[in-house]
Design a protein around this ligand. Structure first.
Ligand SMILES: *Cc1c(COP(=O)(O)O)cnc(C)c1O
Length: 748
């Protein structure tokens, strides 16, 4: 057959021709016609079509495909298409079960029992329905009956067809639908749909986000891709960036586990999930927690954390008053700097972006621990140079109240003389039965980190803790998959905000500029880009510890001649940027050998280079620049003068670098901390007196310097109550630290 005829074939015919050998060509042709002819688009379409063929092949072993959604969402039509493509029977609950079961029409039943009685009658009937290997379209009101849904959802996977409300209303109007429960009770259709949303949200396994006015064929394609994903063994579980096969590993394992056994980092095997622009468009009107849910449910398999549980965790983390701004992570235009915007990630309880990961991660951690068959307690051991400690302590303190005796203990080590009094007081505030904060005398951050690593690696210590106290050690550092994933969501969100504010049209590209240390935040941005968010360039901003600037421009990571410099942006004073390993994993197309070789070189010789194509591919996505302390302070000063806005010392680095890379596209500068956290250096740079001022006085001083972002109330509250907390210290000696660990383990 000629290529052009191939392209015009409906999908189900293509499956039948699969063995003809022409199918490969076909994939490519289709992609050229369907999408813009970029390499990326072709690859995606090839992958997509292949999925569809797999789905058809494997459908023989497939349990029921259950379509759920409101009346008018297209379940019946999509069900018919799926049945045809998969060659499975199609059962419509209304026509094929309820009417024969009752012996009367649905409309008649509704008029007999009324809206009140209908849901119960329908539920009872559904409980007697035991289909197999079929495509099933539920009724719009089935999900309102819990017992019936328990029953039917066990027979297969429930796909929620999430269609925009106005599309549904328009369709119902056109179809002149009359048999909807509640319809004739004087309630408007819009209200009925709003009320029902909660039931759909409760029961789905997979949400199919439908684009506005999307054709049923396209929606069916999306369901098929989803089915194929579940059936592809290569898309399940996690692997190490260095190639170690983590057999049967689950999201929960990935959460509880730090490094992989070969010292690599844990990454999912599946391809990065993808949103079309039409799907992103559907997320614009959502609140932040709902956007997070849409992003995370694409990454976390529904059989590991079911979406309704995930939703609860997300709302507990970002809803309520935990974050001080109603928008959680608002994006503001930076007046006086054309085309620049700040995404404020410091409204959380400890005033840095680390709260985004650490308000959610402990909830997922606890959920994972509770599902673990071996019952033991956890002790989270953290070394911090400042921001991580507070965020871990706060995040876990909030789940501790609920979890009671199962809740993990947290022990934080910090260099006693290496952090500011503000950071110290912020941490000791959390000191209590399950949290211990210890300043190590005469140690720098590296020394604390080394002690933590030694304790983790010591088999005897771990065995004693487990045997004697049933305590297992765990980490919460930024290489943990559970910390990385929640960060992807705010990068998706900033783009949506710019579209919502009409700064850009959906599909226009933006740039992001991120102050970078361990490469977690910017890697999350890379994931957002891979998920389909139109981000053009990721600008990596470093301070004078600029090893990443050199690496991203030359492909050579070299720390042979470097010594760590202390700067006014301590959270990015880092020479070994751990999460870079995950990036290399992706840009080498998962060539574990290259990644292993590189990081073993780094360990042994303190230098590695990546192959030329890899370096070029990095060039295509990343820009990198660095700024000195002086540049940073100048950026803070200028921004205060021009915009009456006070940047923190990390965002100051980003601003300074962003100014050099600013082009025609909007640039979102990611504001990683509130300036109050770094009050000493900022006030000193303005020539203010800082000696003998208490932490509370200093952060009030910051609020006086500029109108925005104002006083951080939560930080003020924490610091005001930290005075009477003990400030434990211990000698720079592993024996002493170990004694603290055992003491805490005993108390858990
Ligand atoms: C942790 C931190 C960073 C660095 O983030 P990475 O994910 O490690 O790159 C930047 N700024 C602030 C304020 C931080 O606390």
């Amino acid at each position: 057959m000629r290529a052009v005829e191939w392209i015009l074939q409906p999908l189900h015919k293509i499956y039948l021709a699969e063995d003809s050998g022409d199918i490969k060509k076909m994939w490519v042709y289709r992609s050229i016609v369907r999408s813009s002819p970029s390499r990326h688009a072709i690859a995606r379409t090839v992958q997509w079509t292949r999925h569809l063929c797999d789905a058809q092949k494997l459908s023989q072993t497939q349990p029921n495909i259950i379509l759920m959604g409101s009346p008018g969402c297209g379940k019946t039509t999509v069900g018919r298409i799926l049945g045809e493509r998969l060659q499975l029977p199609v059962l419509d609950v209304d026509d094929h079960h309820l009417e024969p079961y009752w012996g009367v029409s649905v409309a008649q039943k509704l008029s007999e029992v009324g809206s009140e009685g209908f849901v119960a009658a329908e539920g009872e009937a559904l409980k007697a329905f035991c289909p197999q290997r079929s495509v099933i379209s539920l009724t719009g009101s089935n999900p309102m009956h819990a017992e019936a849904m328990e029953h039917i959802s066990k027979t297969g996977r429930v796909y929620f067809m999430d269609v925009h409300k106005s599309d549904i209303l328009e369709r119902l109007e056109r179809m002149k639908v009359s048999r909807i429960v509640g319809q004739n009770d004087g309630t408007s259709m819009a209200e009925i749909l709003d009320f029902r949303q909660q039931f759909y949200e409760r029961w789905y396994d997979e949400r199919i986000i439908c684009e506005r006015l999307e054709s049923p064929e396209n929606v069916a394609d999306k369901v098929l891709a989803c089915i194929a994903k579940h059936q592809n063994p290569k898309a399940k579980g996690y692997e190490s960036t260095r190639g170690f096969n983590l057999e049967c590993s689950t999201f929960n394992d990935a959460l509880l586990q730090g490094l992989a056994p070969d010292d690599g980092l844990v990454v999912p095997r599946a391809a990065v999930p993808f949103f079309t622009l039409g799907q992103l468009d559907r997320l614009i009107e959502l609140s932040y927690p709902e956007r997070v849910l849409r992003v995370l449910e694409r990454w976390i398999p529904c059989n590991e954390i079911c979406p309704s549980r995930l939703r609860e965790m997300i709302h507990a983390a970002y809803g309520g008053a935990v974050f001080q701004d109603a928008a959680v992570c608002p994006v503001r235009p930076l007046t006086g700097s054309d085309g620049q915007f700040l995404q404020e990630l410091f409204h959380g309880p400890t005033a840095s972006f680390k709260d985004f990961a650490l308000q959610l991660m402990p909830r997922m951690f606890l959920n994972a621990a509770s599902e673990c068959t071996e019952k033991h307690k956890y002790l989270i051991l953290v070394a911090t140079s400042g921001d991580t400690g507070g965020a871990v302590l706060d995040g876990f303190s909030r789940v501790t109240e609920k979890a009671g005796s199962h809740s993990p203990g947290v022990l934080v080590l910090y260099p006693r003389d290496g952090i500011s009094s503000i950071q110290r007081d912020q941490m000791v505030f959390y000191h209590g039965n399950r949290a211990r904060v210890i300043g190590v005398e005469g140690a720098d951050f590296d020394a604390c980190q080394t002690m933590v690593k030694k304790i983790f690696q010591n088999v005897d210590i771990n065995k004693t803790l487990l045997d004697k106290y049933q305590v297992k050690l765990s980490a919460a550092n930024s290489i943990s998959w559970g910390r990385l994933l929640p960060q992807v969501a705010y990068h998706v969100s900033s783009y949506l905000d710019l579209v919502k504010k009409k700064v850009i049209a959906m599909g226009n590209q933006i740039d992001l500029c991120i102050p970078t240390g361990n490469f977690g935040n910017i890697l999350a941005a890379y994931y957002a880009k891979e998920m389909g968010v139109p981000i053009k360039r990721l600008v990596c901003a470093s301070n004078s510890n600029n090893v990443l600037t050199d690496f991203l421009s030359s492909g050579c990571y070299d720390i042979t001649k470097r010594r760590l410099k202390q700067t006014v942006s301590p959270a990015i004073d880092i020479l070994v940027s751990s999460n870079l390993e995950r990036l290399l994993h992706y840009v080498t197309n998962r060539e574990c050998a290259i990644v292993r070789e590189a990081f073993e070189q780094l360990r042994d010789n303190k230098v590695f280079s990546v192959p030329k194509q890899v370096a070029e591919s990095l060039h295509g996505m990343f820009s990198a620049g660095w700024a000195t302390d002086e540049d940073c302070k100048a950026a803070i000063k200028t921004t205060r003068e021009k915009s009456n806005y006070l940047l923190d010392t990390h965002t100051g680095i980003a601003k300074s670098v962003a100014d050099r890379f600013q082009g025609d596209r909007p640039m979102v500068i990611v504001a990683t901390a509130h300036p109050a956290k770094f009050a000493h250096d900022i006030l000193a740079s303005f020539g203010r007196q800082i000696n003998h001022r208490t932490p509370v006085d200093l952060i009030r001083g910051i609020a006086d310097e500029a109108a925005v972002p104002g006083l951080h109330e939560a930080l003020l509250k924490t610091l005001s109550s930290a005075d009477d907390k003990p400030k434990l210290t211990c000698e720079n000696n592993i024996g002493h630290v170990l004694k603290q660990v055992t003491d805490l383990a005993r108390c858990l």
